[in-house]
Design a binder for this molecule. Structure first.
Ligand code: HEC
Ligand code: HEC
Ligand code: HEC
Ligand code: HEC
Ligand code: HEC
Ligand code: HEC
Length: 491
C-alpha cells in the first residue's frame, strides 16, 4: 500500500473530516485577522486574545480531532485484521509530488506558526493584555500605572524583565492567575508584597542608575486644615536623595542603602514587612553592624534570628509603589486644592471631602452617587458646584476601587513616615547595636527643613535648616510618638 492509500483510508472518518473542516475555517479566519492586525495595528486587547490565543488553540484542537479520528480508525482496522506497513516508493512520481506539496505546506505552517508565536509573545507582554483582559481584577493596577511616572513603560519591564527563565515563570504563574480568576479564588485586594517579584537589580536597574543620584531635591508640601477655612500650612524641605558613585568615594544620603555597596539585611516578623525587629548593615568597608529593637515584646531570640528568613534590602523596600500608588484622602485633597482642581475657599471642603472619600462603599457607582448627592446638598447654588463634584469624583475613581477592596490603607507606601511607618520601621531611634549605635531618627538625617508655617507660599530660606514645628500644638509628642500613630491619611 502506498502513502496515499494508507493516509486516505485512515482519514476517512467523520471525526477527522469534521476536524479538517473546522480547522480550515479557523485557519482562514486567523489569517484574515493577522492581516488586519498587521495592517492596522494597535487593535483592542480582545482582538489580540481571539487572534493570538483562541484561534491558535482552536487550530490545535482541530488538529487533535483529526489525529483522534485517525487513531480510532487505525484501532478499528487493526481489530478487523490489521493494516499493512507503510511503504514509501521514491520511484513513484505521484508520491514525490505529494511529498513536495506536503513539505511546502509544512514550511508555510511552520513560518506561520513562528509569526503567530512572535506576535502572541508581544501581545501577552503588552500593557493592554496585562491591564485590561482581567478587567475587574487589574483595574486598580492599570489605573494607578496610567497615572504614575512609569505610565510610558510597560508592566512586563518591572514584572517580568528580560530572559527566558522569568518569561516562563511569568507564563506559568499567569496560567494559575487565569485559573484563580475563572474560579473566583483570588484575594481582594491582591496580596502584597508580591512574593515572586523579580529582584530590582534585574528590573529597576535596567533603566535607573543609582550612581547618578546626587545631592538633594527641593520638595514643598501644602496641607489644608480640617477647620472651616481649610487653613493652609506649608513645609519646604531639601530631601537628601544622596547616592554617589562607590568608585569615587563614600555614598551618602537616602540612597546610601544600595545592595552590593552598603548592604542592609533585615528580618520582618509579619507578611507585610511592617515589623522589623532585626537589621544588619554591611558598609562599603565591609564593617558589619547588627541593630536590634529595644522593644522587649518584639526583640528576637538568637534561635529566631538564625532560623527566620532574611531579606536583602533593595529598591522595592522603599519604592514599593513605583507604579501603583493609591493616595490617601488628605494627600489627594491637599494636591487638588494646591493645584486649583478644587476651590480651597469653599467652607470646610477639606474635612467634608476627606470624610466622603474615606467612607466605605460597596461599589464605585455607589461612591460616585454618594459624592454627588452630598456635595450638591452641601454647596447648593455655588458657582463651582459642578466642577467640585467632578473633581472629587475623579479623585475617587483614580484611587479607590471598592470592588477589589483597594485603597491607600490597604497598601501602605514605604516612602516617608507620616501616615505609614515607612522609614521609621528601622529609623525609629529604637534600633540599637551592641555598642549603642542607633539607626538614626534625627530629623536632619534625611531632610533639611527650609521653611514652614501658615500660608501657601513661603519665601523664607535658611541654609542651616530649621527645627520642625508641628502645625498643631501637641507638645513634644511628635518627637516621641510615631507620626502614623495620629496621622492615618484621613479624618
Ligand atoms: C515601574 C515598575 C512597575 C510597572 C511598570 C508595573 N508594576 Fe506592578 N508592581 C510593581 C512593584 C514593585 C510591585 C510590588 C508591590 C509590593 O510588593 O508591595 C507591583 C505590584 C503589582 C501588583 C500587586 C498588587 C498591587 O497593587 O500592588 C499587581 C497586580 C501589578 N503590580 C500589576 C501590574 C500591571 C497590570 C501593570 C501594567 C499595567 C504593572 N503592574 C506595571 C512595579 C511595577
Ligand atoms: C523601562 C524603564 C524603567 C524601569 C524598568 C523602571 N523605571 Fe522608574 N522611571 C522610568 C522613567 C522613564 C521615569 C520617569 C522619569 C521622569 O519623568 O523624569 C521613572 C521614574 C522613577 C522614579 C521617580 C518618580 C518621581 O515621582 O519622580 C522612581 C522613584 C522610580 N522610577 C523607581 C523605579 C523602581 C523602584 C523601579 C523598579 C521596580 C523602576 N523605577 C523601574 C523608567 C523605568
Ligand atoms: C532607603 C530607601 C530607598 C531605597 C532603598 C531606594 N530609594 Fe530611591 N528614593 C528614596 C526616597 C525617599 C526618594 C525621594 C522621594 C521623594 O522625592 O519624595 C527617592 C527618590 C528616587 C528617585 C527620584 C530621584 C530624583 O532625583 O528625584 C529615583 C529615580 C529612585 N529613587 C530610584 C531608586 C532605585 C532605582 C533604587 C534601587 C537601586 C532606589 N531608588 C532605592 C528612597 C529609597
Ligand atoms: C530595613 C531597615 C531600614 C529601612 C526600612 C530604612 N533604612 Fe535608612 N538606614 C538603615 C541602616 C541600617 C542605616 C545605616 C546605619 C549605620 O550607619 O550603620 C541607614 C542609614 C540611612 C541614612 C544615612 C546614610 C549616610 O549618609 O550615612 C539615611 C539618609 C537613610 N538611612 C534614609 C532612609 C530613608 C529615607 C528611608 C525610608 C524611605 C530609610 N532609610 C529606610 C536601615 C533602614
Ligand atoms: C530616615 C529618614 C527620615 C527621618 C529620620 C525623618 N524623616 Fe521626615 N521624611 C522622610 C522622607 C523620605 C520624607 C518624604 C516623604 C515623601 O516623599 O512623601 C519625609 C517627609 C517629612 C515631612 C513632610 C511630610 C508631609 O506630608 O508634610 C515632614 C514634616 C517630616 N518628614 C518631618 C520629620 C520630622 C519632624 C522628623 C524627626 C522626628 C523626621 N521627619 C525624620 C524621611 C525621614
Ligand atoms: C499626638 C498626635 C500627633 C502626632 C504624634 C503627630 N501629629 Fe501631626 N498633626 C496632629 C493633628 C491633630 C494635626 C491637625 C490636623 C488637622 O488640622 O487636620 C496635625 C497636623 C499635621 C500637619 C499639617 C496638616 C496635615 O494634616 O498634614 C503636618 C504636616 C503634620 N501634622 C506632620 C506631622 C509629622 C511629620 C509627625 C511626626 C514627626 C506628626 N505630625 C506627629 C497630630 C499629631
Amino acid at each position: 500500500m502506498s502513502v496515499r492509500t494508507k493516509f486516505s483510508v485512515l482519514i476517512r472518518n467523520w471525526i477527522s473530516l469534521f476536524g479538517i473542516l473546522m480547522g480550515a475555517c479557523a485557519l482562514m479566519g486567523g489569517i484574515m485577522m493577522i492581516l488586519v492586525d498587521l495592517s492596522l495595528g494597535n487593535l483592542s486587547a480582545y482582538f489580540g486574545v481571539v487572534c493570538y490565543m483562541l484561534i491558535p488553540m482552536a487550530i490545535f484542537g482541530c488538529l487533535g480531532l483529526v489525529i483522534l479520528g485517525m487513531i480510532l480508525t487505525h484501532l478499528r482496522l487493526k481489530r478487523q485484521g490489521g493494516i499493512p506497513l507503510m511503504i514509501v516508493n521514491f520511484n513513484d512520481r505521484g508520491t514525490l509530488i505529494r511529498l513536495a506539496v506536503f513539505s511546502v505546506l509544512a514550511s508555510v505552517f511552520i513560518v506561520g506558526g513562528v509569526v503567530v508565536a512572535y506576535r502572541a509573545y508581544h501581545f501577552t507582554e503588552s500593557v493592554e493584555f496585562c491591564g485590561l483582559i482581567c478587567h475587574q481584577v487589574m483595574t486598580p493596577e492599570y489605573t494607578s500605572f496610567r497615572q504614575s511616572p512609569h505610565a510610558n513603560t510597560s508592566c512586563a519591564e518591572c514584572h517580568i524583565g528580560s530572559g527566558a527563565q522569568w518569561f516562563v515563570k511569568a507564563k506559568i504563574s499567569g496560567l494559575y492567575q487565569v485559573y484563580s480568576v475563572l474560579m473566583n479564588k483570588y484575594h481582594r485586594p491582591i496580596e502584597t508584597p508580591v512574593q515572586s517579584l523579580r529582584p530590582a537589580k534585574d528590573t529597576c536597574l535596567t533603566c535607573h542608575w543609582p550612581t547618578k543620584f546626587f545631592g538633594a531635591v527641593l520638595r514643598t508640601w501644602t496641607h489644608f486644615g480640617s477647620d472651616e477655612k481649610n487653613s493652609p500650612w506649608t513645609i519646604k524641605m531639601l530631601l537628601k536623595i544622596g547616592g554617589g558613585n562607590p568608585a569615587q568615594g563614600q555614598i551618602r544620603g537616602i540612597h546610601w542603602h544600595m545592595e552590593g555597596v552598603n548592604t542592609v539585611e533585615y528580618i520582618a516578623t509579619d507578611r507585610k514587612r511592617m515589623v522589623i525587629p532585626w537589621v544588619q548593615a554591611t558598609d562599603q568597608a565591609g564593617k558589619v553592624t547588627v541593630y536590634q529593637t529595644e522593644d522587649k515584646k518584639l526583640r528576637l531570640t538568637d534561635s529566631q534570628t538564625a532560623s527566620l528568613a532574611r531579606r536583602s534590602m533593595d529598591c522595592i523596600d522603599c519604592h514599593n509603589q513605583p507604579a501603583h500608588t493609591y493616595r490617601s484622602p488628605n494627600e489627594l485633597l491637599d494636591t487638588a486644592m494646591t493645584s486649583g482642581l478644587l476651590d480651597s475657599s469653599l467652607p470646610s471642603l477639606k474635612a467634608g471631602d476627606a470624610k466622603l472619600l474615606s467612607a466605605s462603599y460597596k461599589t464605585s457607582s455607589e461612591a460616585l452617587a454618594a459624592i454627588d448627592h452630598e456635595l450638591r446638598a452641601k454647596y447648593a447654588g455655588n458657582a463651582r458646584l459642578d466642577a467640585t463634584v467632578r473633581g472629587v469624583q475623579s479623585l475617587y475613581s483614580g484611587n479607590f476601587f471598592p470592588e477589589m477592596k483597594v485603597r491607600w490603607d490597604e497598601y501602605p507606601n514605604h516612602i516617608g513616615h507620616k501616615i505609614t511607618p515607612g522609614c521609621f520601621r528601622c529609623h525609629d531611634g529604637e534600633h540599637v547595636s551592641e555598642s549603642g549605635k542607633r539607626i538614626s531618627k534625627d530629623c536632619n538625617t534625611c531632610h533639611t527643613i527650609l521653611a514652614q508655617g501658615p500660608g501657601t507660599d513661603l519665601p523664607a530660606f535658611t541654609s542651616s535648616g530649621l527645627e520642625f514645628k508641628h502645625p498643631e500644638d501637641i507638645g513634644d509628642d511628635w518627637k516621641t510618638a510615631r507620626c502614623d500613630s495620629c496621622h492615618t491619611g484621613s479624618p
